[in-house]
Write a protein that binds this ligand. Structure first.
Ligand code: GLC
Ligand code: CA
Length: 520
């Protein structure tokens, strides 16, 4: 386990939209380098950058054409190495995005694998043995290649699935998980990882990590074995590099070798009921909605088994948002976000802040889809740096040349105005990250236990090591008797962080409307 993860707070950068330095309307690597001090000023000490590899960009770069080449629109491989170096000088780690499940249909491997004559790449992707023979239960394409077969898709039409074999062979064209051609896919993946790790990258966020082996892998033992093997390579040759999975099953992902696993927004899961329980008709029952009556029990019912079942292996990663999910501002205001973020950054594991969430950037539901974004595009708009600069300082290009238009609201939050306003969200983000940095109990490994969570009651109180953390997301004052607390006998009651009014004495805890407190 890389020791730096214990104290890591990540900042996710969608490179297209972060900072454009050559006025072509799209963010670039130099733009990220120029903002490293800003990232550091927030307290973040690690980056995850979405794919920056050569690509036809039909899925925003998750359709990789060349894993070993930076897309020219972002710069060169040398620029990326310079980013690693500059980041390291500032003690910031850099994770790239690794896309192991599919490539672009324009990748050289795929072009070779489409050829009539068998060749080295013939089995690199999942093909049937006839153009009229589809792949039961999986999306596929037929009739597009000289080769007589259909190929499986992993996501969009442009993303053919790489071949990691199947557990139980039921069709003549399937290959076992230990077939030499299938092992070659895995070795090719390791080769890509080594290529960037050798250049100074600090690890990877792994795209769709759970689904490499497509058939019969219900308990994920076959997909897991691949990651265990890859973790073996990391432990041996890159012990300080980190692997974070897009899996959302930490009991599985961490046991098989990932260091951290994202808690993603999946309908009805613990993260969803905290922030986004508003996707169906009816009232918004998200715990952090100030106007509802929800208690934290539904969250805990989902979270606790995940935490207990994985804490000995690695970390759960809470996120403020990501490039696939509507920003929380879609339904939450700044007062709610301050409480929600304070919660996120005081939970165990390794948290991720999505660019722009620190200023409460809006989810732009009106922007046209870009590069396969569809409704995700609204969370991918240009970062808002300066109120009075063209395109909010994101780019010197004409507005109609921008990758995605900037927020058209004249009150759009910007970094410079947020910095000037002592009440703004960015200061809450800074303060809570700073407290997390100061108290080891609040970091990845600090213990976690529930002190108070009752049916029909708004407050949520938990212990992190020797600290007591209390949340009241609602608009009413709440009182909790100290005798009702579990696992919290020796709290002195020195307030080390607070939002709103919160008091503790020998008898009770009184939490004012929309309050958050951490006591020693
Ligand atoms: C992941 C990415 C998403 C991408 C998909 C296919 O879910 O986060 O943006 O479109 O995988 O690679
Ligand atoms: Ca640019």
């Amino acid at each position: 386990m890389p020791a730096w993860l214990k104290n890591a707070v990540f900042y996710e950068i969608y490179p297209q939209s972060f900072n454009d330095t050559n006025k072509d309307g799209i963010g670039d690597i130099q733009g990220i380098i120029d903002k490293l001090d800003y990232v550091k000023s927030l307290g973040c000490n690690a980056l995850w950058i979405n794919p920056i590899y050569d690509s036809p960009f039909k899925d925003a770069g998750y359709d990789v054409r060349d894993y070993k080449k930076v897309a020219p629109r972002y710069g060169t491989n040398e620029d990326l190495v310079r980013l690693f170096e500059e980041a390291h000088k500032k003690e910031i780690k850099v994770l790239l995005d690794l896309v192991p499940g599919h490539t672009s249909e324009e990748h050289e491997w795929f072009k070779k694998s489409c050829e009539y004559e068998p060749n080295e790449y013939y089995n690199r992707y999942i093909w049937t043995n006839g153009a009229f023979c589809g792949i039961g239960g999986h999306p596929y394409i037929g009739g597009e290649a000289e080769r007589d077969g259909c190929y499986m898709l992993n996501f969009f039409k442009c993303q053919p699935a790489l071949n990691y074999g199947v557990l139980n062979i039921t069709e003549p064209w399937q290959l076992p998980v230990d077939h030499p051609d299938v092992l070659a896919t895995r070795e090719a993946l390791k080769d890509i990882m080594r290529f960037w790790l050798d250049k100074g990258c600090d690890g990877f966020r792994v795209d769709m990590a759970d689904s490499l082996v497509k058939e019969d892998d219900e308990v994920k033992s076959a997909t897991g074995a691949i990651w265990t093997d890859i973790r073996g390579m990391m432990d041996k040759d890159y012990p300080d590099a980190a692997l974070v999975s897009e899996w959302c099953n930490p009991q599985c992902a961490l046991k098989y070798g990932f260091h951290a696993d994202f808690y993603l927004d999946h309908h009805g899961n613990g993260l969803n009921v905290l922030f986004r329980d508003n996707e169906t008709e009816g009232p918004d029952n998200s715990y952090f909605n100030k106007n509802c009556d929800e208690d934290p029990k539904r969250f805990l019912a989902d979270y606790l088994p995940r935490y207990e079942g994985s804490k000995d292996y690695g970390y759960i990663s809470f996120i403020t948002c990501n490039h696939d999910t509507p920003r929380l501002t879609k339904t939450m205001d700044e007062s709610e976000l301050k409480i929600a973020y304070s919660f996120i950054f005081t939970m165990p594991g390794v948290p991720f802040l999505y660019y722009g969430d620190e200023i409460g950037m809006k989810y732009l539901d009106y922007v046209k889809t870009k590069e396969g974004g569809f409704q995700r595009t609204g969370s991918r708009s240009p970062m808002q740096w300066e109120k009075n600069a063209a395109n909010y300082g994101f780019s010197g290009a004409d507005a109609d040349k921008l990758y995605i238009p900037v927020d058209k609201d004249e009150n759009a939050p910007c970094v410079d105005t947020a910095e000037e306003n002592p009440d703004s969200l960015i200061h809450t983000v800074r303060n809570i990250i700073a407290i997390r940095k100061e108290y080891e109990d609040l970091q990845a490994d600090g213990s976690f236990s529930v002190a108070y969570a009752k049916e029909g009651k708004r407050p949520f109180i938990y212990k992190r090591g020797d600290l007591l953390v209390a949340v009241n997301p609602g608009l009413k004052e709440e009182t909790v008797d100290r005798s009702e607390l579990e696992n919290a006998d020796f709290i002195k009651g020195n307030l080390i962080y607070g939002i709103g009014s919160a008091d503790i004495d020998d008898q009770r805890i009184v939490l004012g409307p929309q309050s958050f407190a951490i006591w020693e």
